[in-house]
Structure formats: C-alpha cells, structure tokens
Design a protein around this ligand. Structure first.
Ligand SMILES: *Cc1c(COP(=O)(O)O)cnc(C)c1O
Length: 404
C-alpha cells in the first residue's frame, strides 16, 4: 500500500510533514511520475529561453500567439494605470470595475449569447458553476476524458456521478436513462468540445440530441476551441445549429485569448444564478483589472480581421505539421484541432523521448498519469499561429527521428 493511503494504529506516532512529503515524492520518482518546474526566462512565444539555453516551444496553448507579443499589452497596461494592480474584493462586495463589465460585454457579443460571467480562471469557472447547478439528489454525467476541473467540480457538487465512454452518446443515453429511473432531479452532462490531451472533437450534435431526449442540461468546456473553431472563431458550440441548445458555454481566457481568466456564457437566469451560487465567484477576489482588460482585448482581436488572419495561419500550420507527422507515421487521424498527441504508452518511453527532444532544443513535454490514463503516456504537441514553416519542419524531423 502506498505511504499516502497507509493507515496507522491510534497510538502509533504520526509522520512528520516533511517525511511524508519526501516519501510521496520518492514514490512518484520511482514510478517515473515526478514533475518539476522549469524556470523559463522569456515571454510566451515559439522560442523559450531558460538560462543560456533556448527551446522551440511546441507545448503552449497560446494558439493564436497573443499571450507574449505586444498586441494585448497596451490594454493590460492601460487598465493597470487607470484601475490599479488589484481589484480589492469580490465582485459582490466592491471589486467590480469597468474592465470586468467590458469583458463580460465582449464575451456576450463574441458568443452571441444573452449573458456572461467572468471568473479568475477556467478552473474556477468549472468549480463554481457545476456545484451551483447540481447537488445531492441530482446527477452529473461526464465524458471519461473530461478535464480535471470538470471531474473535481462534479465530485464537489455532491451529485451522483456517472462517466460515459469517451465520445459515446449511446453510453451517455444509457446513463441518462439510469439517472431518470433513479428519480434524480437535475441531470447535468459535461464534455469538452476539443479534448485537451487528445485533440479530438466531441460529437456535439449527437450529445445534444441525446441530452434533449431526457431533459438533461449540457455544459461544454471550450478551453481548446475558443479562438480555434466555430463561426467567428467563438468555439465549436457557437455554431448557430447548436448554440442555443447548449445550456452552459464554458471557456478560458488563458489559452487562445492570450490573457488569464475563465468564463461562463448562457441565459440571463443562468448567469444571475451563478452570481448568487458560484462559490469560486462569490468568495474570490475579482480578476485583476489588467487581466480582465487583456482578455477583452484578446476577444476583440480574435473577432477582428487580424484575428481571422491569425486563425488562417494557425490552420495552415496545423495542416503543415499534420502532413509532416503523417509522412513520418506519427499522425494517424486528420487534425481536428491544434493538439497532436503522439502516444508512446509507458511513462518512461514518454519521459525518455521528451528528454531527447529537449537535448535537440525542442520543448515537447511528456504527458503522464494522472493527466492521462496510466500506460497512455504521450508527447503532446501544440502548434500555434506564431510558428514558422521552418520551426514546424524541425519539430517534425525530430519526432521522425524518435524510435518507433
Ligand atoms: C486549461 C483548461 C481549463 C482551465 O482553464 P484555466 O483558465 O487554465 O484555469 C479548463 N478546461 C480545460 C479542458 C482546459 O484544458
């Protein structure tokens, strides 16, 4: 049994905290699962500097290349100048500032939805929203590969949980019937539109039809789709055929939007309820003015002709990386997003490959349990609008050179 889960008799001495931490870390180390921080010295971009070394970055979620470059800095700087460094309190107390309202207006317009609420992160958006909509006596039914924030929020809610097989509306239907037969009240279905570690798409139209048959609600997490997919680049669920049938649109302002924060968009009653019930909104200080203003500027950029051009460059780069990886036998399916998983299986195979790539000057981290299931360790490449054709060639060549 692991030191973390071992039990002790009542009269035995308890471990010192540092001894506990050291034992847990040793166990992670032995399993090839220990993680460490890398101290980078440069802003986000296709090249990262760490001390004297630099790396080609194929790991960032800054899909349109907005996080590091100057584009959004003036908006952040102006908000810091005009409204200060911090917001001082929760929005419900006295922390609501013009950048927060401007951001929510920008999200509402961008998503073509009646109302929106900004959170300090995407994680906080999930953690506040899901327990506000489902609790004891209700059911939350989520895709097997749903992000940790959806899983944690579902657990926190106290609702009965069911997991459906990845992208399997038939299995979702089975759980929906089960929940109704158990007389559970609210039934909330959770999925991502683009799955964060596999880059594949949820069959949203089928999931919507399925949940509608049972009167369930659907939350779609668009973290990796905002700015990448959909009409006006507003996410997969922004398709007019789907938009009004998705009850809760959730996303982050920290990936393609290039800033920091999270959002939920939907009906006015939904948003008013979240203002009253979402604990990560109520009991947390409002986002810093600079973060809110940068996010609003990021959304304006995505919606602009300049954003359309960045989006076209992103998709050219996605196609270019795919054709080069496919030629090397490393990309089975056509790309649905900017995320390319190269599944290697054993944890050690993935960490060894990542170390070799790092020696070659490429930053493509290994993704391991618990981020993905055990034995499904992988390299996860992401491509952005800022990569040059030459950088894409270098990444593909380095991957082709890995042992099969
Ligand atoms: C990154 C991510 C989040 C969290 O967003 P943050 O703003 O980074 O907290 C939520 N869901 C998914 C699928 C993500 O990949």
């Amino acid at each position: 049994m692991s030191p973390i889960h071992a039990t002790l008799p009542a009269d035995a001495p308890r471990p010192a905290l540092d001894a506990f931490a050291a034992a847990a870390l040793a166990q992670l180390e032995a399993g090839g699962l220990r993680r460490r921080l890398t101290p980078f010295d440069s802003a986000q971009g296709p090249v990262l500097r760490a001390g004297a070394r630099s790396f080609l970055n194929f790991a960032s979620n800054d899909y349109l290349g907005l996080a590091g470059p100057p584009a959004l800095r003036p908006a952040a700087a102006a908000a810091a100048r005009d409204f200060g460094a911090g917001s001082g309190a929760s929005r419900l107390v006295c922390g609501g500032l013009p950048p927060h309202r401007a951001l929510e207006e920008a999200i509402t317009a961008f998503q073509s939805l009646p109302a929106a609420l900004a959170f300090s992160s995407g994680f906080a958006a999930a953690l506040g929203t899901i327990p506000a909509l489902a609790g004891p006596g209700d059911a939350v039914i989520l895709d097997k590969l749903a992000h940790a924030c959806l899983v944690d929020a579902a657990r926190l809610s106290g609702a009965v949980l069911r997991v459906f097989r990845h992208n399997d509306p038939g299995h979702l239907d089975h759980h929906l019937r089960w929940a109704r037969n158990r007389n559970l009240r609210n039934i909330l279905v959770l999925t991502e539109s683009v799955f964060s570690m596999d880059g594949d798409l949820a069959p949203l139209a089928d999931i919507i039809e399925t949940k509608e048959r049972h009167g369930a609600w659907l939350l779609v997490d668009e973290a990796h789709a905002t700015g990448v997919l959909g009409p006006a680049r507003a996410g997969a669920a922004s398709d007019p055929a789907l938009r009004d049938r998705v009850d809760v649109h959730m996303g982050t302002l920290s990936k393609a939007v290039g800033a920091s924060g999270g959002y939920v968009a939907g009906s006015r009653p939904l948003i008013d309820l979240l203002v009253n019930r979402a604990r990560s909104f109520i009991f947390s200080t409002a986002p810093a003015p600079a973060a809110a203003a940068a996010a609003a500027a990021g959304i304006a950029m995505i919606a602009s002709p300049e954003g359309a051009a960045l989006h076209a460059t992103l998709w050219n780069n996605i196609q270019a990386l795919h054709s080069r990886l496919a030629a090397a036998g490393r990309a089975p399916a056509p790309p649905a997003s900017a995320i390319f998983p190269v599944i290697l299986g054993p944890e050690k195979a993935a960490t060894d490959a990542a170390a070799r790539l790092r020696d070659d000057g490429l930053w493509i981290p290994a993704i391991r349990y618990p981020t993905v299931p055990r034995g499904k360790a992988r390299l996860r490449l992401t491509v952005t609008a800022s990569h040059t054709p030459d950088q894409i060639d270098r990444a593909a060549a380095a991957l082709a050179g890995l042992a099969p």
